[in-house]
Design a protein around this ligand. Structure first.
Ligand SMILES: *Cc1c(COP(=O)(O)O)cnc(C)c1O
Length: 457
């Protein structure tokens, strides 16, 4: 018999979570103005809002916390992290920041100015926010296959080289850099192939542009390259990671994802001049260059997390658990994006609710119904997240209207996964009874999804 898949960790510490009744949840979600970010964590049973900062640190990471050096300048923790970054991603210079968007803020303060155009593969919302906040534009050059949730493509996160070259040809002088998000979060946690990274770098060199990787889930990307590109089947994750970053000039990192810490981020680069310019903003916005928004103990845990997060066994446990949820949902007939992403399963709300108009926020409707059904919290990756067009102020309807179920690393068991799948199956069964969605009654001008308030139609 082939032995079934099993996790490569065991549990040393547990944290209680809370069950509730449907009546409780009806009341709580109404009080939360149908925005799941407004729920209290104890009002949620299985929390799949995000895999960001929600993972479980290892015994090794917790012991590193005790060794943290909290010196203002020159802490040993800084050098420990510097070494880990040099070894794992291969960059000489780095700046710690409190999380990924802070890394974007610091780096873009140097690189992005009004009127610029930043091409990339489905920019993450904070990345786009930091570009548009500077009155610059993000141009999505993801391959078309990414926008068909039923099409199979092993690397749906890839950059479309023709689309990218068109931008460089037409508006080259306005492009400060190309940004490649690995994995492509917004397109469904889809990986980018090594071949594509290499081709993007070659094209960038032709036009004299630097390439920046938005790297939150770089290790999952490496896992998919190993699994799906036969040329890399025999390479270790660490070898693949080093080659990936050899095609970048700089990176921004949210350490709350693949580095499995609860808070933290960094910028890393090859160019000393860029490092010096970014240091000015880092000192202003984050903190002195040897801690920049992180405590020493957190830098220690991050250094260990970068090492563990790029181990095959860690990634296999994680990515296979995500795929397990995907398989169960497919068995129940729930429409999901395939192939499954690395950190999350994306349920296609357009196929789920073909009878509700898209102006009524389909993915948000699905997210509310999923919470009501089982106390499971997912997140809308659709029209609300896409914000309004900065010029016309109309809703931007994205190509995909999805509910994301993001799985925290090393946190839930496969029984929780079974529970989540059954919750979705029940909503799917009664989908025709759900006839209307929501309207917005309050929204912020940028990144509105965090604070939006809604009413049932
Ligand atoms: C999470 C994330 C960010 C932002 O990082 P934070 O740590 O949440 O500020 C940027 N890009 C991608 C691809 C991400 O997943």
């Amino acid at each position: 018999m082939i032995l079934p898949f099993a996790e490569s960790f065991r549990i040393k510490m547990v944290e209680p979570i809370h069950k509730s009744t449907r009546e409780d949840r009806e009341k709580w979600i109404k009080e939360a103005r149908y925005n799941l970010f407004n729920l209290k964590s104890e009002q949620v049973f299985v929390d799949l809002l995000t895999d960001s900062g929600t993972g479980a640190m290892s015994d090794r990471q917790w012991s590193e916390m005790m060794l943290g050096d909290e010196s203002y300048a020159g802490a040993s923790s800084y050098y420990k992290l510097k070494n880990a970054i040099r070894q794992i991603v291969g960059f000489e210079y780095f700046l710690p920041t409190h999380q990924g968007r802070a890394a974007e803020n610091v780096l873009f303060s140097v690189l992005v100015k009004s009127g610029d155009i930043v091409p990339g593969n489905s920019h993450f919302d904070t990345t786009k926010g930091h570009i548009e906040f500077r009155h610059a534009h993000a141009v999505d050059c993801t391959i078309d296959e990414a926008f068909d949730t039923t099409a199979y493509h092993p690397f749906k996160g890839n950059v479309d080289l023709n689309k990218l070259e068109d931008v460089l040809k037409e508006n080259g002088e306005k492009v400060p850099f190309i940004i490649v998000t690995i994995t492509n979060n917004t397109a469904g946690g889809q990986p980018v192939d090594m071949v594509n990274l290499k081709q993007v770098k070659a094209l960038a060199e032709k036009y004299g542009k630097p390439v920046i990787f938005d790297s939150a889930r770089f290790a999952e990307n490496a896992y998919f390259i190993k699994k799906r590109n036969p040329d890399y089947a025999d390479k270790t994750i660490k070898e693949i990671v080093l080659e990936m970053f050899s095609y970048a000039d700089a990176m921004t990192m949210s350490s709350k994802k693949d580095a499995i810490v609860n808070m933290g981020g960094f910028i890393a680069m090859r160019d000393k001049n860029l490092f010096q310019q970014a240091s000015v903003y880092n000192i202003m916005f984050e903190g002195f260059v040897t801690y920049g928004g992180m405590s020493g103990r957190d830098m220690n845990a991050l250094a260990a997390g970068l090492d563990e997060g790029t181990e095959f066994s860690t990634l296999e446990t994680r990515v296979e658990q995500v795929a397990y949820l995907g398989k169960r949902l497919v068995e129940y007939g729930v429409p999901v994006q395939e192939p499954f992403g690395g950190h999350a399963i994306f349920v296609d709300a357009t196929r789920f609710f073909p009878h509700i108009p898209k102006e009524q926020y389909l993915a948000q409707t699905l997210t509310v119904e999923t919470y009501l059904e089982g106390g499971v919290r997912g997140v809308e990756i659709g029209t609300i997240l896409a914000d309004r067009d900065p010029i016309t102020h109309l809703d931007r309807f994205p190509k995909l209207e999805l509910m994301r179920l993001a799985i925290p690393r090393r946190t839930y068991t496969n029984n929780h996964i079974e529970y989540v799948a059954a919750t979705l199956a029940n909503v799917f069964e009664r989908r025709h009874q759900i006839k209307t969605g929501f309207k917005i009654v309050y929204e912020a001008p940028i990144l509105r999804h965090f604070t939006v308030e809604l009413e049932r139609i």
